[in-house]
Design a protein around this ligand. Structure first.
Ligand code: NAP
Length: 264
């Protein structure tokens, strides 16, 4: 028996040619969904679609688009409709905002981070949620960060802007629950992706230690003593997208190996 069966569901996952987004797209495809992936570089997308096909045996569609560009958001909505029809499962993931302390971040960085982290989530939710409402079924899942719950030193933009996604989740969950739509968010901790390894290399360099030393100090703080992998984010997301999770609505779920400190 397949526990999570998303056969017949149409899913769109943003920022998904690599890392967390790709892990999510892969698991949804393995679970039987028709999946569209989105990112800026068509070469990365084509490679990711091939990689996923090798694991799931299902064709993966892709749309090259920059989430910070308004015309590209329109293109995502139009092309998605042409490729698969109405979207049942919308997973919002995005590129990482510029890291830095408050004094490192200029005013333009704040505006750009809003265009990267928040505006495309709202635009695409508006575009897909009405169809979900008409059909009486839908799943919206925002991938954010544990920074929603506990600020991470040196990630000013992430700490300040992502928390508004929590407000959006709770609001939409209350407004749309009656239409068979659930809206949830997940908060990944440290997940082994290219971006995390790049940040680790840079931090190791500025601290004058080796990358191995830096990674050791990072994983020593994680109770499970390792970083997560993108597929693990995919398993949680596929569950939330499934019928089994119909009563989970408005939740903001950490997936961090136990890293967060707060009790609630
Ligand atoms: N990895 C972690 O430990 C971790 C933990 C918590 C939160 N996060 C957050 O999760 C998100 C993904 O992180 P990741 O580690 O998976 O990063 P990653 O490995 O660098 O992957 C980022 C993906 O986003 C795409 N992308 C970047 N900017 C985009 C844009 N403007 N428009 C469309 N697609 C875009 C990239 O493809 P193209 O370059 O082709 O566009 C790529 O497919 C980030 O927001 C990150 O801050 C990560």
């Amino acid at each position: 028996m397949i526990l999570i069966d998303l056969t017949g569901k149409k899913a769109l996952v943003t920022a998904s040619s690599k890392g967390i987004g790709k892990g999510i797209a892969e698991v949804l495809s393995i679970a039987g969904a028709d999946v569209i992936i989105v990112s800026r570089d068509p070469n990365n997308l084509s490679k990711a679609a091939d990689d996923i096909y090798k694991k799931s045996g299902k064709k993966v569609f892709y749309i090259p688009a920059d989430l910070t560009v308004r015309e590209d958001l329109e293109k995502i909505v139009n092309e998605a409709h042409k490729l698969v029809g109405d979207i049942d499962i919308f997973i919002f993931n995005t590129g990482g905002p510029k890291p830095g302390y408050f004094e490192d971040i200029n005013l333009e960085d704040w505006v750009y981070a809003f265009r990267l982290l928040i505006y495309p989530a709202v635009y695409l939710t508006k575009a897909f949620i009405e169809g979900m409402k008409r059909r009486g079924w839908g799943r919206i899942i925002y991938s954010t960060s544990i920074a929603v719950k506990e600020p991470i030193l040196g990630l000013t933009l992430s700490n300040s802007l992502r928390i508004s996604m929590a407000g959006l989740v709770r609001t939409l969950a209350k407004e749309y629950g009656r239409y068979g739509i659930t809206v949830n968010a997940i908060m990944p901790g440290y997940i082994k992706t290219e971006r995390v390894m790049e940040i680790a290399r840079e931090k190791a360099r500025t601290e004058g230690i080796s990358i191995e030393e830096f990674l050791d100090s990072m994983i020593n703080r994680i109770p499970t003593h390792r970083m997560g992998i993108p597929e693990e984010i995919g398993y949680l997301t596929a569950f939330l997208a499934s019928e089994h999770a119909s009563y989970i609505n408005g939740a903001i779920i950490p997936i961090d190996g136990g890293l967060l400190n707060s009790s609630l």
